[in-house]
Design a protein around this ligand. Structure first.
Ligand SMILES: Nc1ncnc2c1ncn2[C@@H]1O[C@H](COP(=O)(O)OP(=O)(O)OP(=O)(O)O)[C@@H](O)[C@H]1O
Ligand SMILES: [Mg+2]
Length: 126
């Protein structure tokens, strides 16, 4: 089973730039353990963090536009952190089966020329 060692989320609602666990450029940080608890004050972004994974999954399975328009999320302009013009970005550092070399997966989403949300960068470094 795939195991997420760490991830970074940028400009997704209240989460302007958070990194949890280990990334390819943060090799000294411990990877996430199989059980991770998220604790914090009201409004810090706990629910947003979990929704970010739902959003990412929706982007990959159904396309970016549809993931943005899921009713409870609202349109792209409401999902991107307020006052920010940069893309929403995800970086996930994971192993395919828990043993092999970790892979970095990156996705950046922004409005295209026609004002429709689209993936700008979509890469996997094995
Ligand atoms: N596009 C956005 N840009 C910036 N902040 C946003 C955006 N959309 C929502 N927020 C803020 O995110 C916060 C809510 O985050 P969230 O619901 O994830 O918090 P939470 O930690 O789950 O809180 P609770 O403990 O109350 O459940 C609110 O303060 C809201 O104003
Ligand atoms: Mg919550």
């Amino acid at each position: 089973m795939a195991k997420i060692e760490g991830f970074r989320i940028k400009n997704y609602r209240v989460l302007k730039d958070i990194t949890i666990g280990k990334l390819w450029n943060l090799q000294k940080v411990k990877p996430l353990s199989p059980l991770t608890a998220v604790i914090g004050k009201n409004g810090v972004g706990k629910s947003t963090l979990f929704d970010a994974f739902g959003f990412l999954s929706g982007c990959l399975n159904n396309g970016v536009e549809q993931a943005c328009d899921v009713s409870k999320r609202g349109e792209f302009k409401r999902i991107r952190s307020q006052g920010i013009k940069d893309p929403i970005e995800f970086e996930i550092y994971y192993t395919q089966d828990g043993k092999s070399r970790p892979i970095t997966y990156k996705l950046a989403i922004d409005l295209d020329k026609t004002e429709r949300p689209n993936s700008k960068k979509h890469e996997r470094n094995d």
